[in-house]
Design a binder for this molecule. Structure first.
Ligand SMILES: NC(=O)c1ccc[n+]([C@@H]2O[C@H](COP(=O)([O-])OP(=O)(O)OC[C@H]3O[C@@H](n4cnc5c(N)ncnc54)[C@H](OP(=O)(O)O)[C@@H]3O)[C@@H](O)[C@H]2O)c1
Length: 294
């Protein structure tokens, strides 16, 4: 598939759900923390201006606030923009975690409707089914332990009904991904970065099957106490030698490590956004790759 528009494509182009999009996109979760809509709208519009054409979001990022901010900034949506959202949890304002798991088939359906409403969309381009079998994040217990096949059947029905364009998976094992291949999985979103390579076997399946790999927490995450890739001595050393920032080195490594990688770094800062998109131009030489892989 080709793209004929003249916009920039940070990181080059790759396929996502039958569309050709830039490999460096944007994860919108951090926008939940902004006090007003001005800052998020500015970040989102700058992202699109610089060529971002895939975004990651969820209704449960701040009780729909991130979706509403995306809508305020970007609707009516450009035909090239792919908005990736997720189901598996739902907002729980005032609750201990501000969200709760919602893994049952009827809950997945309700979340698709919620996302359609808050994004102001007639169809969700891509929806990730977010499992909750293991940490990080809440772990399913009681009636939230739902058979994977029941969920896949619901996702497939939602796609058949035209509510969602394509199905992705999040927080799955390599075995779960293999099990689900028959439904047509277009992307996988697991925690993965230079500080957490535990999902390497899942990436291997994506490589083998040509499925888009969208690591979440690509910089180590934004929650207090999370280990940051920018603290790794090898990252800092390579950044100094190449004259780029540590965050750019960590993102460039993800792009170089697997061509299936598509990035969704999160930020509330236009300056960081610009840096992250420019990471698509950072070339890591063999010595840098060896230092980072080591
Ligand atoms: N599927 C899932 O279960 C799941 C879970 C979590 C997240 N996600 C998605 O993945 C996306 C990325 O994850 P994340 O946002 O949690 O973590 P992240 O992208 O690894 O890191 C975000 C943190 O890094 C900082 N940062 C960003 N760019 C930077 C730069 N150039 N230099 C220095 N610091 C920088 C941000 O602060 P500033 O705002 O100050 O830049 C923020 O604190 C999310 O936005 C969300 O869309 C999915």
């Amino acid at each position: 598939m080709t793209r004929t528009d003249a916009r920039p494509h940070p990181g080059g182009l790759a396929d996502l759900a039958g569309r050709r999009v830039a490999r460096v996109g944007y994860g919108a979760m951090q926008l939940r923390w902004a006090g007003t809509d001005d800052e998020p709208v500015g970040v989102l519009r700058r992202a699109v201006e610089l060529g971002v054409d895939h975004l990651d979001t969820a209704e449960f990022y701040g009780d729909g606030v991130v979706n509403r901010r995306i809508r305020a900034a970007l609707a009516p949506y450009d035909e090239h923009l792919v908005v990736v959202t997720k189901v598996g949890a739902t907002p729980d304002p005032g609750g201990e975690h501000a969200l709760r798991l919602a893994q049952k088939p009827e809950e997945l359906r309700a979340q698709v409707e919620d996302n359609l409403r808050s994004l102001g969309a007639e169809r969700l381009d891509v929806v990730n089914l977010r499992r909750a079998d293991v940490e990080p994040g809440l772990v399913a217990a009681g009636d939230q332990v739902v058979p994977f096949d029941d969920q896949l059947a619901t996702m497939t029905a939602l796609r058949d009904e035209g509510k969602i364009g394509a199905i992705g998976l999040s927080h799955v094992s390599a075995e779960q991904l293999r099990h689900a291949l028959g439904v047509g999985v277009v992307c996988v979103q697991n925690a993965y970065s230079l500080v957490d390579r535990g999902s390497e076997p899942v990436l291997d399946v994506c490589r083998e099957q040509g499925i888009a790999w969208m690591p979440y927490f690509p910089l180590g995450g934004g929650w207090p106490g999370q280990r940051q890739v920018t603290d790794l001595p090898a990252v800092v050393e390579v950044a100094g030698r190449l004259g780029v920032t540590p965050a750019q080195v960590a993102l460039a490594w993800l792009l170089a490590h697997a061509r299936e990688t598509m990035l969704i770094p999160g930020t509330r800062s236009v300056a960081h956004l610009e840096q992250n998109l420019a990471a698509g131009d950072v070339e890591l030489d063999a010595a840098a790759m060896a230092a980072l892989e080591g």
